[in-house]
Write a protein that binds this ligand. Structure first.
Ligand code: SF4
Length: 471
C-alpha cells in the first residue's frame, strides 16, 4: 500500500546538500508534494517520506549525505513504513546501485526527474526499489507552483556561490539545467546532463507569479547562465534569444525590486551582458565570476577555455559600466600540475582584481572526471599551504574593500528583525546589521548609513530620511 493510500496527510522532510541548484530543486520537490496534500515535517524522525538531495561536486558534501543515509537505516528499522528517496547528483551517478548498496533506500531520483516525484511515491509500496535517471532528450517542464514554498530550506552550503538560500521575499528562479562545458574537474555535465534552457514564456510566467506573490528579489539560476538559449530554442518562433534579453524582460516586471543571477563562465561573458550592469536599474551591482586559477597553463588543463588576460579585460569592462560592482570568484588551488609559479599567478590576479569575496578550495579528485586521471597530483601539504595563503590575503582584501563602504548611505533590503535591530542586505550582497527598527516586512528596502565594516558584514544606522519601501 502506498503512503498516499495509507494516510490522509502524509508528511515529508527534505535535507539538501551542495549548491543552489539543489536548493531550488528541493524547494520544487517540496512544492510538488504540498500540492499533493503532503505536509512538511520539521523532524526527520517523524516524516513518512525523507528526501536526501545530494551533491557530488565536492567530496565533503557527498560524505555528509552518505552519513545521513547511514543514520536513516536505523530510523527505518524502527519505522519500516518510512520511504527514503535519494535525489540529486549522487542519485544520478549511482542509480539502482545505490538501492543495492543501501537496502533501506526506496527511490533514487535523477537530477532531471524531480517533477516525477509525487507520481513515483504514489506507486511505491515498499516492496520494490525504483531508480530513474537522466534521459537523452530533456525539456524542463513548465512549473508554476500554486502553493508557496514550504519554508526556507537550509542547504548544507559548501558550494561556491555567495547568494543566499531562498527566503519568502527572495527566490531563485531556475532558467536552465545542465552544462556543456566539461571542465576537467567537474561532474556536472555527467550528473545534470547537457545544457537545456527553459522557455522564455515559462520563466516570465514564473517571475510574474513570484512578484504577484510578494517576492521582492529574484536570482536567475543556471550552471552557466551566459549561454542561456544557445543549445535549444526558447521562443515559439525558434529565433535567437540571449540571456541579456531575458534579464531585461524580467527586470521590466512591475514590483520587482532587485534582480541577480548566477553562475557565469567567463568564456561566454558578452559585452552585451556586461552593459546590462550599467543600464538595468534593479540589476544588483554584484557579480560572481569564477576564475578558478590565474595561470593560463592551469586554465588550459582545466579546459576552462579562457585566459587570465581575457578575465582581466572583462573585469575592466565590468567596472567601466558599474565602478561599484562587487566581484566575487571561485578558486581551486593545487590542481594537478599546478606549480609554485602557477600559484603565484593566482595570487597576482587576486591583487589585481581585489575581489570582494571568494570561495577557494583545495583540489580533490571526483570520480568520473578527467582530472582524476591526471598525473602530477599536488601534495596535500602544499595544497593546504597555498589555500591558507590565498585565504589569508583574501580576508585582508575583503576587509579593505568593506571599509570603503564606511560613511556611505546604502539601500538595504530588510531580511529579518532581531532583538536589537534589523538585518538586511546591500545591493552588493553584503549583510548589514542595522541599529534601530522601523515598521517594515522582509523585502522592504530602507536607507542605512554604514558606520563599521568587518570582513564578512557591515554595521549601519537607519538614515534619518529613510522611508519604508524606498531606497
Ligand atoms: S562550467 Fe565547468 S565547472 Fe561550471 S558546471 Fe560546467 S563543467 Fe562544471
Amino acid at each position: 500500500m502506498s503512503i498516499i493510500d495509507n494516510k490522509k496527510q502524509p508528511s515529508f522532510h527534505i535535507r539538501t546538500f551542495g549548491c543552489q541548484m539543489n536548493d531550488r530543486d528541493s524547494e520544487i520537490m517540496g512544492q510538488l508534494l504540498a500540492e499533493q496534500g503532503y505536509v512538511e515535517s520539521m523532524e526527520i524522525e517523524d516524516a513518512d517520506v525523507v528526501i536526501v538531495n545530494t551533491c557530488s561536486i565536492r567530496a565533503k558534501a557527498e560524505q555528509k549525505a552518505m552519513s545521513l543515509l547511514g543514520a536513516l537505516r536505523k530510523a527505518k528499522k524502527s519505522r519500516p513504513g518510512m520511504r527514503i528517496c535519494v535525489a540529486g547528483c549522487v542519485a544520478q551517478q549511482e542509480g539502482l546501485e545505490l538501492c543495492e548498496r543501501m537496502s533501506h533506500v526506496d527511490l533514487v531520483l535523477g537530477t532531471q526527474n524531480l517533477y516525477a516525484l509525487a507520481d513515483l511515491l504514489k506507486n511505491l509500496d515498499g516492496t520494490q526499489k525504483v531508480a530513474i535517471t537522466l534521459s537523452d532528450a530533456y525539456e524542463i517542464p513548465a512549473f508554476i507552483p500554486t502553493l508557496p514554498a514550504i519554508r526556507e530550506y537550509s542547504v548544507d552550503q559548501i558550494d561556491s556561490n555567495p547568494a543566499p538560500a531562498s527566503h519568502p521575499f527572495r527566490k531563485f528562479l531556475t532558467i536552465m539545467q545542465g552544462c556543456n562545458n566539461f571542465c576537467t574537474y567537474c561532474v556536472v555535465p555527467y550528473t545534470r546532463g547537457r545544457e537545456v534552457s527553459r522557455k522564455v514564456k515559462d520563466i516570465l510566467d514564473e517571475a510574474h507569479a513570484l512578484v504577484d506573490a510578494g517576492i521582492s528579489e529574484i536570482t536567475l539560476l543556471g550552471q552557466n547562465v551566459n549561454s542561456y538559449g544557445r543549445t535549444n530554442s526558447v521562443t515559439p518562433d525558434g529565433g535567437s534569444y540571449s540571456f541579456s534579453q531575458l534579464l531585461r524582460e524580467v527586470a521590466a516586471i512591475q514590483g520587482l525590486k532587485r534582480l541577480r543571477f548566477t553562475t557565469s563562465n567567463p568564456k561566454d561573458l558578452s559585452s552585451e551582458l556586461m552593459r546590462c550592469f550599467g543600464e538595468i536599474a534593479i540589476l544588483c551591482p554584484q557579480f560572481h565570476l569564477p576564475v578558478q586559477s590565474g595561470s593560463n597553463a592551469v586554465l588550459s588543463r582545466m579546459n576552462r577555455k579562457y585566459t587570465r588576460e581575457l578575465y582581466l579585460q572583462q573585469v575592466k569592462e565590468l567596472r567601466s559600466f558599474r565602478p561599484d560592482i562587487a566581484l566575487s570568484t571561485d578558486v581551486i588551488v593545487g590542481f594537478p600540475g599546478e606549480s609554485d609559479a602557477d600559484f603565484e599567478q593566482t595570487m597576482e590576479l587576486l591583487e589585481e582584481v581585489r575581489f570582494h569575496s571568494s570561495f577557494s578550495f583545495k583540489y580533490s579528485d571526483r570520480p568520473g572526471t578527467r582530472s582524476a586521471d591526471f598525473a602530477d597530483k599536488v601534495e596535500e601539504l602544499v595544497k593546504s599551504e597555498r589555500l591558507t595563503r590565498f585565504q589569508h590575503r583574501q580576508d585582508e582584501i575583503c576587509l579593505e574593500q568593506n571599509l570603503l563602504y564606511v560613511g556611505k548611505v546604502l539601500p538595504v533590503m530588510i531580511e529579518k528583525l532581531t532583538q536589537d535591530g534589523m538585518v538586511g542586505r546591500t545591493e552588493s550582497n553584503h549583510i548589514v546589521h542595522i541599529e534601530g527598527k522601523i515598521a517594515c516586512i522582509p523585502g522592504d528596502i530602507t536607507s542605512v548609513t554604514i558606520h563599521h565594516a568587518g570582513r564578512h558584514s557591515l554595521n549601519g544606522r537607519l538614515n534619518s530620511t529613510q522611508q519604508k519601501g524606498a531606497a
